[in-house]
Design a protein around this ligand. Structure first.
Ligand code: DX5
Ligand code: ZN
Length: 224
């Protein structure tokens, strides 16, 4: 149905709609995708796992209607297994859960896989990378958080870069490393150098009046 980013090895830029204008979400999405972004990152927050509430399945379904682009859902929620089916039904193609939110990450990855979607695992900056190892072979993507999740517009934490390196070393060629938080033209190169493949960007794209120019600047920084 849509582009499968796992067939592409080139680095991918994923706008997070968290910083978009929700009053005109359709046009906002078209602007970033026409402006050179690869696919979309959807930040789902429940006010429990993180101290903020964003959106859930109805908004994912609206995004699904607005684009054929691949949809990457990042569940910052306390009960990812309870809600993953609704996210997939709404149109999410990758479902990423937080390792801190589950008791058995390998079982969680297997359960989400049964929904027919891709599977991602992620961890907060304070969580040791070793917590991922029981599930590492069972996921398609590992998302390394480079801010404390909850809000866009925070400062990149370079101290997570060793985690990106450690994860990259353990992944197969068909798996990807994603980084999320504080990515802008000054930080994207550091993340790329450490091994990140997918770059989530909210404020450094949506807070700019010219989103295509913002994406061009990110790509230029990647090729430096
Ligand atoms: C953080 C979210 C991020 C966030 C990134 O809680 O998971 O996806 O929107 O925002 P920026 O790019 O502004 O740091
Ligand atoms: Zn995110």
């Amino acid at each position: 149905m849509t582009n499968n980013p796992f067939q592409i090895t080139a680095r991918q830029i994923l706008p997070s709609i968290l910083s978009a204008d929700f009053g005109k979400l359709g046009p906002e999405i078209c602007e970033v995708l026409d402006g050179g972004a690869d696919f979309l990152h959807l930040d789902v927050m429940d006010g429990h796992f993180v101290p903020n509430i964003s959106f859930g399945p109805p908004v994912i379904a609206a995004v699904r209607k607005a684009t054929r682009a691949y949809l990457d859902a990042h569940l910052m929620i306390a009960e990812p297994l309870r809600y993953a089916p609704a996210m997939v039904k709404a149109g999410a193609q990758n479902v990423t859960f937080h390792v801190e939110a589950v008791s058995d990450p390998a079982a969680a990855a297997r359960e989400i896989r049964k929904l027919g979607c891709n599977v991602g695992i992620t961890l907060n900056p304070a969580t040791p990378v070793e917590r991922l190892w029981p599930a590492i072979d069972l996921v398609d993507v590992v998302l390394v958080m480079s801010v404390v999740p909850g809000f866009s517009g925070q400062k990149f934490m370079p101290e997570v870069l060793p985690k990106v390196r450690a994860v990259k070393k353990r992944l197969r060629a068909d798996q990807r490393v994603e980084i999320d938080g504080g990515i802008n033209p000054d930080t994207i190169g550091l993340a790329a150098e450490a091994g990140a493949d997918w770059f989530v960007v909210a404020s450094a794209i949506f807070d700019r009046p010219d989103r295509a120019a913002a994406i061009r600047e990110l790509r230029a920084a990647l090729s430096r």
